[in-house]
Design a protein around this ligand. Sequence first.
Ligand SMILES: *Cc1c(COP(=O)(O)O)cnc(C)c1O
Length: 379
Amino acid sequence: MADARIFLSPPDVGDVERKLLLQAFDSNWVAPVGPDLDAFEEQIKDQLGVRHAVALSSGTAALHLALTAAGVRRGDTVLVPSFTFAATANAVMYLGARPVFLDSTRESWNVDPELVAEELRRRARKGRLPRVVIAVDMYGQTADYDPLMEACDRYGVPLIEDAAEALGADYRGRAAGSFGLAGILSFNGNKIMTTGGGGMLVTDDDRVAAQTRHLSTQAREKEEHYEHRRVGYNYRLSNLLAAVGRGQLQRLGDMIAARRETNRYYRAALSDLSGISFMPVAGYGRPNHWLTCLLVDANQFGASRDDILATLRERNIEGRPTWKPLHLQPMFRDFPMRGGDTCADLFDRGLCLPSGSALTQQDRERVVQAVRAAAEQGA
Ligand SMILES: *Cc1c(COP(=O)(O)O)cnc(C)c1O
């Protein structure tokens, strides 16, 4: 019999989530309001140490409303890391704004704060500052917020933190998601925890929170009849899904511990191979290790990234190349890119290994054996 498939980052849900979901169902709170939604928001607020949390239908919806709250309008410029998932820049496009893409640093794979400062300086001189800077916490490691916030504060440009991949990570002891004007989280099925699809906007800003709540529920005014002064959205998370999220939150600590253990194991078990280097852990915080990623030097390793992917595929294991930089995507071709070719190299040689929190030790060993086999086949 063929070996069971090992997925990259599948949902990890069980009895706790099932029980809470059925309780919510039986309570008849089958709507985007209800006690589970309120409790889920409260728990995320506590977890992150922020004043407000608004549960939404996706991380992308949260980005859309965060950018809206920051005042992004048609024709505005928004600085966006190139090395990220398309959703980050799609939200900019929804508002008719223009992304300017920035390269990553090798030390963290996150946006280079010096490039951000340089671009802000350049644009300030021309009187064309961007409306917003977006930072992304890549694969569960935060961006470098001290220099980023310093640059943004100097020019009075708000920062929005895309922490879709980073729930549970920290930067100098402060929770991922809590930086800048607003942060966003994702509860998509492949993320560190899931509601089967969902997201959250978190902020300390009362106005941002109130406006996000308002716009996410069709911008209905407080009248008995249906009164609307703005275009709204149907972006609220359902109470049923919030119940699943409450269950996941109970297990979040264990799920993160499992992902960290996977990262530790892969590093140790592949440490004798030359030509493989894992995504660096920057000294400024603790990642959640959502996905464990590495770079392959084909000459030293004896096989390329794509050879490893092929070997994984043969053995019914799901691997993935790292994110294809957005400035190389057909749909973003016409937008400017600042910096060198670091993120292009991270894409050419980068590989994400199976990292789900339900991975067994046997699964981990199968992954390591497959990577080793790729080197031996190539040699
Ligand atoms: C997953 C992800 C998103 C989008 O979240 P959804 O909940 O899937 O809409 C945004 N940004 C990054 C970096 C992501 O990884």
